[in-house]
Every structure is written in structure tokens, then in C-alpha cells.
Design a protein around this ligand. Structure first.
Ligand code: BES
Ligand code: ZN
Length: 609
């Protein structure tokens, strides 16, 4: 920086930097800590924010570059480590439809802090719900979802998983609701502060996509000594039952890959509008209520989000092009936890279902061979494009293949060391490749990763899951499709959730009247298990069954989880019911998150052409 009194901004147009989804020049200037103050207005659906950054200036001549989207910047100030803030020059770059706008902040000699005031009323990373859209119907609700690049829609930040910071946060609300955050609460969980101001602290460095909060009528139930669940009072009992194995899951995870490093592990069960199954926000997993099946049969989702406490939150993909390092490791780890708690057969069933989903994604959302590689090129594209089954299931299959080749015990030790030695850092695939070469058990040291990371499809030699766990189900499905077995003779009276899901996946070709009889006999469309209902609805809609159409409407109006919405809307459209799909969507849209809306709109738009 030249020794002038008023620093200026050298280059107003900033291109994406080392991370193709961020304008940040974090190699030059990066935050190490921030203090975030948010004022949330339910009445205006507005966020009034102030963030103060502490900076690490590696290049003393470079400005600070942050990501923003839809933020109105009200003031930007800079200050030395000690001393007063003064206004400083800043510039918002041109609007990129995916990335938003860069915010470049001029820094003077010796400046070590930056303070920004801003406001937004249309943060795509937040979903505001009316009381009617909650279980209790009394209080409004709001939650954040930042992954992959939505943190920048509610605070200006270096929105890249390559940058980690500690933080403190203060969140004030204008309604009588409780605020929770994926951080340590500084107020006791029994008290609701009179000034509706909640304070939090995160002493471990986290990337922006793991900063998360929610506010609503929330109550807490303890599950174990360091585990618990937050939910609306109307949902709390069911949630506490469903998540009753959580403490044991933490213990199983620790036995595999070392101590849980985040203090508490709590789960927040959100209203059904939550767009994902789960989100691994540190200390506080966010989860859809559609896992509350009543029989703990869908809790592998909790195992998954918990596993991210190692793979993802401790060792983080440095860009979304390496998402498999988060999701593939986590899916592998998830199944190891499931195996430890519920036995190898259930874990194998989940692996078989996951593998079928992978092959299915090769036909649909990952049809493009470039998306079938573990390392994808997402420059110029929404990172959402890479969120297929490939990073999850092909990634998990790679680790399973390595485990089989190396032997479980040595491979476990290797993975544990990988987590330990890369804890609190962000990594890319080459880091893993180099580590494998240097430290893997001899039997896999020369394993060729390229067919996995840089070629489409499933490589030769993959350790595929054992489909014989479903032998009886597969036989029954084949006989049912061929009309050899009627509904009364199906061996499904005591079928588990996983067996039902496999069966439903295998009877795509069944005639409409057989599906109708199946529903009449087993009440599939009326079950409390959302996975079973959604799987049946897909079939029932394609067959244009009236009962399926009626149930689909209530389901789509109640649930906002994208994974369910997209196939159900698609089935409606493909059954020639595009008008009905449009009408349902128009009514349901206010309850859907931006990410779910985008997924549904893609299906509906394709139908309009
Ligand atoms: N981190 C993901 C969710 C995510 C990924 C959000 C990429 C945005 C971009 C989370 O851990 C996840 O994978 N959730 C899954 C559940 C899991 C059991 C496969 C989901 O929501 O379906
Ligand atoms: Zn995940």
C-alpha cells in the first residue's frame, strides 16, 4: 500500500479467485475472526446486520475482497488493531447471476479490522415461515442454510470453504422466539433473554458455509451427556424418541476415528420446509422432520451429519469441485456408524440402495459424463450442479474399495491419521492422493485414483455392495411385476423400511392395477414414513392412480425437502399432469426454500417447452 492517507481500490472488477465460486482473494487478505450482529425482523422479513472482521494481511498492498449477494451495503469502516474506525472506500463489483457481487474494501497502512453495516430483505439463504407453516401454528420461524454459496446472502464474507475463522455472534429478534446457532450459546437454554438478544461463540475455526442459525418456538430435550435435540414443542417428544441412539452414535464414531472435537452434539429438527435431509452445522445438525418415522429406521441421516464432524467440518473440501472429500468420506463413515449400531446387514442394505441411486443418477442428474467424475469442473456453473449422487456414492465406493484392498484395521488407522493430520484445514483431491501415496498401507499405496477422480462411471474393480441382502425382496418384486404373485402372497407383512424401499425401487414396471392393489393392501400412500410415501407416490403418479394424486398434493403442500419434491413433481409432469403440478407449486411455493424452488422450477420449466 502506498503511504497515502486515503487508500483507493486498485482493480474494481474482480474475477473469481482460487475458488471458482468466490471473489475472495484470501491468499492476499483473509479474516481470522469476526463478530456478527444480526437484527432479524419477522415483520419485514429483513436482516439488519453489522460484521466486524479481524484480518490477516499477507499482501500489505492488497484490499480485502468479500462475497455478497443481494446485500445493501450501508457503511464500510476500517481501523488498526487498536484505535478508532473511520470510513473507508469500498466498491461493489458487477452482479454475477450465480456468485453475486464482490465487495472490495480499501485498507490503509496498519489497518487490521473492517466493519460493515448492511441490510437485506431477500436473503436466499434464509427461509421465513408464517406461524401456519410450523407445527405449533403460533409463532413464526426462520432458519438459514448456507451451503454451498448462500452465506453471502445474509452477511458479507469470504464465502469459500478454503477460509476458516472463529467468530462471535449476537442475534436479536422482534418476536418472542428463541434463537439457536451452530455455535456455543452464551445464555442458558432455560432462559429467554428479556431483550430478545441471544449471544454465541465459536472458538474453533469454521468456513462460512457452516455458520447457521434458526429462530422459532423451540424447546430442548437431553438425549445423553453431550447430546440433545431442539424442536418445536409439538414435535419434541417424537424427535427425542427417534434420536434416542444419538449418544451411542457419537461413541461409535469416536471409536472409529478419534475424539469428537466440537463439544456438544445437538440436533435441531426443523419445520418440514427444510430443503435438505440434514445439514452438518457444527455442534448443531439441522434436520428435516421427515426422518421422524416413529421406528428409528431413517436415522442413518443423523449418522451422516454426525460423521461430517470429522469429514467436512474438521477436514474440509477447499472448493465445491472437491465435494466428494466431504460427502463421499461421510457416506462411507455414516455406514460404518450404522454397522456399529444396527449391524452389518442394515449397513449393507443402505449401501445397496445407495449404489442403485448412483446408477440412477448416471441416467438423470449426472447424465453428463463430466459430472460422473469425483473431481468436477464447476467454473461458471452453480455448485448445485455437482450435488448429485456421484460425490456421495461413488466417493463412498472408492473408500470401500480401498478398505477392502487394505484390510479394515489398517485402513481405519490410516483414515484416522488423515483426519488428525488435516484437522481444521481445507484440502483438495491432490492432498488426499499425495497422502495415500505417502502413508497408506502398502497394499493400496499405488492404487490408481484417476479412474475414480477423473473418469466417468464406476471403475473396474470397485468393491460393489452385496445385493444378496435383498435376494428375497428382489425375487418377490420380479414375481409381482410379472403378475406371478398377487398382493396377498407378497412376503412383505414384516418388511423393514429398507426392504420396502428396495421393493418399490424394483417394481417400476408393475401395472397400475397391481400398484393400486398394493396400496390398498399395505397402505403405502398413508404411511408415516416419508421415504416410503415418496417412493410409492413416484410409482403411483406415473400410473396416474387417483389415491396417489390426492396424497401427492397434501405431501407437496406439507414437505419442502428437495430430494422428495423433484421426483414427485417430475412424475406428475411425466404422467401428463403438468397443469396440476403448476397449480400445486403455486400454492406450496411460499413454504419452499430457494434451493427447493430452483429444483422444482427446473422440472416445471422443462415441461413448459
Ligand atoms: N452437506 C449436505 C447437504 C448439502 C450438500 C447442502 C451440498 C448443500 C450443498 C448434507 O450433509 C447431506 O448430505 N444431506 C443429505 C442427507 C444424507 C443422509 C445423504 C440430504 O439432505 O439429503
Ligand atoms: Zn453430507
Amino acid at each position: 500500500m502506498s503511504p497515502s492517507a486515503t487508500p483507493t481500490i486498485p482493480d474494481p472488477v474482480v474475477e473469481p479467485g482460487l475458488d471458482p465460486h468466490s471473489f475472495a482473494r484470501f491468499e492476499d487478505v483473509r479474516p481470522t475472526h469476526f463478530d456478527l450482529r444480526l437484527d432479524l425482523s419477522f415483520r419485514e422479513r429483513a436482516v439488519e446486520g453489522e460484521v466486524e472482521y479481524t484480518l490477516d494481511r499477507r499482501d500489505p498492498d492488497a484490499p480485502l475482497v468479500l462475497d455478497t449477494r443481494g446485500l445493501r451495503i450501508e457503511s464500510v469502516e476500517a481501523a488498526p488493531a487498536e484505535g478508532n474506525f473511520r470510513p473507508t472506500a469500498f466498491l461493489l463489483g458487477p452482479k454475477d447471476p450465480i456468485l453475486g457481487r464482490s465487495l472490495t474494501v480499501a485498507l490503509g497502512d496498519g489497518d487490521a479490522r473492517v466493519r460493515i453495516r448492511y441490510r437485506t430483505t431477500d436473503a436466499a439463504g434464509l427461509l421465513w415461515l408464517e406461524p401456519a407453516q410450523t407445527a405449533g401454528k403460533q409463532a413464526p420461524f426462520v432458519f438459514s442454510q448456507s451451503q454451498a454459496i448462500l452465506a453471502r446472502t445474509f452477511w458479507p464474507c469470504q464465502d469459500t470453504p478454503a477460509v476458516r475463522t472463529t467468530y462471535t455472534a449476537t442475534i436479536r429478534v422482534d418476536e418472542d422466539v428463541r434463537v439457536v446457532m451452530a455455535a456455543e450459546a452464551l445464555d442458558s437454554p432455560d432462559a429467554r433473554p428479556a431483550d430478545r438478544t441471544y449471544r454465541f461463540r465459536m472458538d474453533q475455526k469454521v468456513p462460512s458455509y457452516l455458520v447457521a442459525f434458526a429462530a422459532g418456538d423451540l424447546a430442548f430435550a437431553e438425549l445423553g451427556s453431550r447430546t440433545g435435540v431442539w424442536a418445536e414443542p409439538a414435535t419434541l417428544e417424537a424427535a427425542a424418541y427417534e434420536l434416542g441412539d444419538t449418544e451411542r452414535m457419537v461413541e461409535a464414531a469416536e471409536a472409529l476415528y478419534g475424539p469428537y472435537r466440537w463439544g456438544r452434539y445437538d440436533v435441531l429438527v426443523l419445520p418440514p420446509s427444510f430443503p435438505f435431509g440434514g445439514m452438518e452445522n457444527p455442534r448443531l445438525t439441522f434436520a428435516t422432520p421427515t426422518i421422524l418415522a416413529g421406528d428409528r429406521s431413517l436415522v442413518s441421516l443423523i449418522a451422516h451429519e454426525l460423521a461430517h464432524s470429522w469429514s467436512g467440518n474438521l477436514v474440509t473440501n477447499a472448493t465445491w469441485e472437491h465435494l466428494w472429500l466431504n460427502e463421499g468420506f461421510t457416506t462411507y463413515f455414516e455406514r460404518r456408524i450404522v454397522e456399529a449400531l444396527y449391524g452389518p446387514e442394515r449397513a449393507e442394505m443402505e449401501a445397496v440402495i445407495g449404489y442403485a441411486d448412483l446408477l440412477d443418477s448416471f441416467e438423470h442428474e449426472a447424465k453428463d459424463p463430466a459430472l460422473q467424475r469425483l473431481v468436477v469442473d464447476l467454473a461458471g456453473r452453480d455448485p448445485d450442479a455437482g450435488m448429485t449422487q456421484v460425490p456421495y456414492e461413488k466417493g463412498a465406493l472408492l473408500l470401500r474399495t480401498l478398505e477392502k484392498a487394505a484390510g479394515r484395521e489398517v485402513f481405519d488407522a490410516f483414515l484416522r491419521r488423515w483426519f488428525d493430520e488435516h484437522a481444521m484445514t481445507s484440502v483438495v483431491t491432490d492432498d488426499f492422493a499425495a497422502y495415500l501415496k505417502a502413508h497408506a498401507p502398502a497394499s493400496v499405496r499405488d492404487f490408481d485414483l484417476a479412474p475414480w477422480t477423473h473418469a466417468p462411471g464406476v471403475p473396474d474393480g470397485a468393491a460393489l455392495p452385496d445385493e444378496t441382502v435383498f435376494a428375497e425382496i428382489d425375487r418377490a418384486a420380479a414375481a409381482f411385476v410379472a403378475g406371478r404373485t398377487g398382493v396377498d402372497d407378497l412376503p412383505l407383512d414384516r418388511a423393514s423400511t429398507h426392504e420396502w424401499l428396495r421393493f418399490l425401487e424394483r417394481i417400476e414396471q408393475a401395472p397400475p392395477d397391481a400398484l393400486e392393489a398394493l396400496d390398498a393392501r399395505f397402505g403405502l400412500s398413508q404411511r408415516g414414513n416419508a421415504e416410503i410415501v415418496a417412493a410409492f407416490l413416484e410409482l403411483g403418479l406415473r400410473a396416474d392412480l387417483p389415491a396417489a394424486r390426492a396424497r401427492a398434493k397434501t405431501f407437496l403442500l406439507a414437505v419442502g425437502r428437495r430430494k422428495f419434491l423433484v421426483p414427485i413433481y417430475r412424475a406428475l409432469v411425466e404422467a401428463g399432469r403438468a397443469d396440476e403440478a403448476e397449480a400445486i407449486y403455486a400454492e406450496a411455493k411460499p413454504g419452499y426454500h430457494a434451493l427447493s424452488r430452483a429444483g422444482v422450477e427446473k422440472v416445471l420449466e422443462a415441461a413448459r417447452k
